[in-house]
Design a binder for this molecule. Sequence first.
Ligand SMILES: [Zn+2]
Length: 318
Amino acid sequence: MSHRHGASAHGWAAALRYAVLGVAAMAVAACGLDDPAAGPTAAASSPAASAPTPGPASALRSPSGLTPDPTSAGTGAASSSLAEPGGPQRPAWLGTRVLPRRPDGLGEVQPTPAELVDRRLPPPDLRPAPDVFEATIEPVPDDVLERSTWIEDCPVALDELRYVTLTFWGFDDQPHLGEMIVHNSVTSDIAEVFGRLYDAHFPIEEMRVVAAHELDAPPTGDGNNTSAFVCRPSTGGSTWSEHAYGLAVDVNPFHNPYHRGDVVIPELASAYLDRDRDLPGMITAGDVVTEAFAAIGWGWGGGWNSSKDWMHFSRSGR
Ligand SMILES: [Zn+2]
C-alpha cells in the first residue's frame, strides 16, 4: 500500500482500550485486514437474497442525514473554536427552516441559498483529531444503538453491524473524528476507502450516525452528513435501501445530490446539479472518491442512467 496511513499507534491503542473494556474490538490500518467477526454467513444477509418490503409507515424518505439533529442545528457558536476563525461559519439557520411538502411528501425544491452555493463549512460538532488517519471497529455500543435507526424490523441483524470511527478531513482544513455504522463484511473496505480520502485531503463536512428521529423529521433540504447504515427504503422506492444493510455510503450529500426528474435531494442543493463546477467536496468520475470505492468493488450512483445519485456508493451497485 503506497499511501500513508500511520494508523498503528493510535489505532491499536484504541483497540487496547476497547479490549480493556471487555469489548471485542479491532483497529484497522486499512491494509486488507478482515473483520474477524465477519463470517461466511455475512453473504446470506445480502439484499439480493431477499429484499423485504418496508411497511406502509416507511414510505418515501430522504437519503440519510438530510435532516440534521435539531440539537446540533445552528451550531455557529461551536465554530468559534476553529483554527481558522476567518473561515466560513455555519449559517445559524442551517437545519431549522422547514420546507413546504410536495404532494408526494418530499420537500419543495427551492433555489440554493447564496451561503451554500459554494459550500465549505466546518463540521457542526467539532471533534478534533490528530493529523493521522485512524479507524476503529467494534460492535455497536448500546448508547450508539439507542440513537441509531436500527430496530428489530430492519433487514439486518444487529450482530452483523459494526460501529466504525474514522478520521476525516474537514472543509476547515483540519482533521476530525467521524463515525458510521456499516455491515461487518465491509469494515476493512470502508476503512481503506476513507483512509485514501483522508490522505488526499478530500473534504467532508460531517460524518455521524443517522438518528432515529431524522427518518420522520420535516425536510429542511440543507443536510450534508456522510453516513452508511440507515434503516430506510430506497429513495423513491418501496424496497429496502442498500443503506438498510450497512452496505452503502453517502458522501457529502449536499455537494452530490440525488436527482431524478424534478426531484432534488437535498432539496436546496440544485446549485450542485451542474457537475462541471467541480468544487471541493464534489465527486466526479475518475476522482479519488470514485477510484477508492471502485478499488473495493463498489458501484457509484453517479453512473446511473434513469436517475443520478452522486453521493451514493454501494457494494451491489444499487
Ligand atoms: Zn445512498
